[in-house]
Ligand binder design. Sequence first.
Ligand code: ADP
Ligand SMILES: O=C(O)C[C@@H](O)[C@H](O)C(=O)COP(=O)(O)O
Length: 314
Amino acid sequence: MERNYIFTLGDALITFNPVATGPLRYVDSFERKLGGAELNFAIGCARLGLPVKWMSRLGGDEFSKYIYNTVRGEGINMEYVKHVSGYPTSLNFKEILENGSGKTFYYRYQSPILTMTEEDIDESMFDDIAYVHLTGVFLAIAPQNLQIGLSILRIAKAKGIPVSFDPNIRLKLWTLEQARAAYFEIFPYVDILLTGLDEIEMIIDTMPFEQFVAQYNISELVIKDGANGSKAYVDGHWHNAEPFLVKPVDTVGAGDGYDAAYIFGLMNGYDVAERLRFANAVGAMVTTVKGDNEGLPEYTDVEVFLGQKTLVER
Ligand SMILES: Nc1ncnc2c1ncn2[C@@H]1O[C@H](COP(=O)(O)OP(=O)(O)O)[C@@H](O)[C@H]1O
Ligand SMILES: O=C(O)C[C@@H](O)[C@H](O)C(=O)COP(=O)(O)O
């Protein structure tokens, strides 16, 4: 069987984007949108043209139907998405400031994904998988999710499937100590670590990056740094990539889009410099559109952004 799919799993959110910037308490209207770190990643992959499977659980409410139809419309494989009744879709209200930076206010107590167990993971599910991508948001949502994540990673390791991981640290969902304990169980399975600069510093504290990757046998440490661009430590060398100058309106989702773009680069044989440049472009593009995933580009949009192609508009 051909291995061509990317596999990810996580919780979907209905994300309410404020129509005005500033403190949430003064915002009286919101736009109903879609979120969830791994789902944003899956949409990012699908828009770039990569086959992707997103595993999840959806409730039986109206929001879950909207999510199902939207995700299906993006062309994401939903073989491992099931509806469960009695669990309402989780909500996320965003606060956005003038500079596009955001805060998250979760209403996420009984997510449908709490019904997922280790028994839902089966070796045969990975026969056609080329890459596995997990993030710390899934791990943070329920205590049993670490064991689910580890089962997936053990299968990936046994089958030689490369694993990427984004800690996506969310201290509104768990404590730093809980997060670190889980991450250090995950790291030995990780090939490509995609992380924010501030979060990797929180996780490994004063340990030098080079020592950390050697200790956990991580082949690529990719560090995202917002408006400063990104860098990677690969094969014993650091590679820096300049940021693109954009006017951000909503920075939430840039990291998820970056991850999808970086994996796209790997799957298409880009060298490190090309991967970083391509992913920087996608991250920057995401910040220019309101919503976690509305700014995720198709491949042609990136070519246009990079000046490699001219679009005929009318
Ligand atoms: N304001 C910005 N200007 C230009 N590029 C940006 C901006 N914000 C994010 N990016 C791009 O998106 C990437 C991911 O954003 P970042 O905020 O660092 O991710 P995360 O949310 O995972 O911490 C950055 O490394 C950069 O390439
Ligand atoms: O899944 C969540 O809890 C939050 C996501 O919906 C959120 O949009 C997100 O993860 C964005 O992350 P970023 O790409 O690091 O900004």
